[in-house]
Write a protein that binds this ligand. Structure first.
Ligand code: SAM
Length: 246
């Protein structure tokens, strides 16, 4: 019989943020596949669980995926965890999930903490519809394309960002989000948890030396353009978009 792969969410800070089911699954599986085995060992020690571990991170070779798939084919049950939060979300695991599905191996979600959801629900920004973009690309062309998307996005946008890149990202957002409200959800569930709101310019004044982990939640763009095209000539329409190009 084939084994199952469980995608187990782990805490994003506060170690109490793990479900009873996640703890049971971690106890029951044969192997834990972890992004950083040292990080996961801390959690397993805290839960008094001892398990064989295999590391799987963004630089792992395809051979590692096949090794994991082979173990599932041999009937081993496996829990996949990342360093924090929900695996696959801006974290490794998607390729294992795809391969498991191809091999008819059952993929079982074990949901729990996820920074984007925790940040969004506490931000006070419209949570009915949202777009999650993960980390902005570093390549300047694709980054500009994403920023342009954000500039007209009619839904809340959520980004992840590393502390040392936050000032640059806010500087870019200042150019593309005008006076839209932005909330920085910092160190969620940890001692220094805080939610800092303002426009990108205001946040740049407030945040001089960012420390810790951040989720960026950006209010939707107002649809100022509704119906403005109706009375435009084709040339005016063209000029409108030419002006918007940066
Ligand atoms: N898979 C994780 C999840 O479910 O949220 C996300 C992993 S991603 C590699 C790490 C990023 O998530 C950080 O750079 C930060 O943007 C965000 N993040 C993770 N934990 C956080 C926390 N406690 N507070 C704020 N942001 C956090």
């Amino acid at each position: 019989m084939l084994g199952k792969i469980y995608l187990v969410a782990t805490p994003i800070g506060n170690l109490e943020d793990i479900t009873l089911r996640a703890i049971r699954i971690l106890k029951e599986v044969d192997i834990v596949v972890a992004e950083d085995t040292r990080q996961t060992l801390k959690l397993l020690n805290h839960l008094e669980i001892s398990k064989p571990m295999i590391s799987f991170h963004r630089h792992s070779k395809d051979g590692r995926i096949e090794e994991i798939i082979d173990k599932l084919k041999l009937g081993k049950n496996i829990a996949l965890v990342s360093d924090a939060g929900t695996p696959v979300i801006s974290d490794p695991g998607e390729e294992i999930v795809k391969r498991a599905i191809e091999e008819n191996i059952e993929v079982v979600p074990v949901p729990g903490a996820c920074a984007l959801i925790a940040g969004l629900i506490s931000s006070g920004i419209d949570a009915k519809e949202f777009t999650f973009l993960g980390f902005l690309p570093l390549n300047s062309k694709t980054r500009k394309e994403k920023l342009k998307e954000i500039s007209t996005e009619a839904k809340t946008t959520i980004l992840y960002e590393a502390p040392h890149k936050l000032v640059q990202t806010l500087t870019d957002l200042e150019q593309y989000t005008e006076n839209r409200k932005i909330v920085l959800a910092r160190e969620i569930t940890k001692i220094h948890e805080e939610f800092i709101g303002g426009t990108a310019s205001e946040l740049l004044q407030k945040i001089k030396d960012p420390k810790g982990e951040f989720v960026i939640i950006i209010d939707k763009a107002e649809n100022k353009n509704e119906n403005i095209f109706e009375n435009m000539t084709l040339q005016e329409h063209y000029d409108y978009y030419e002006q918007k190009r940066v």
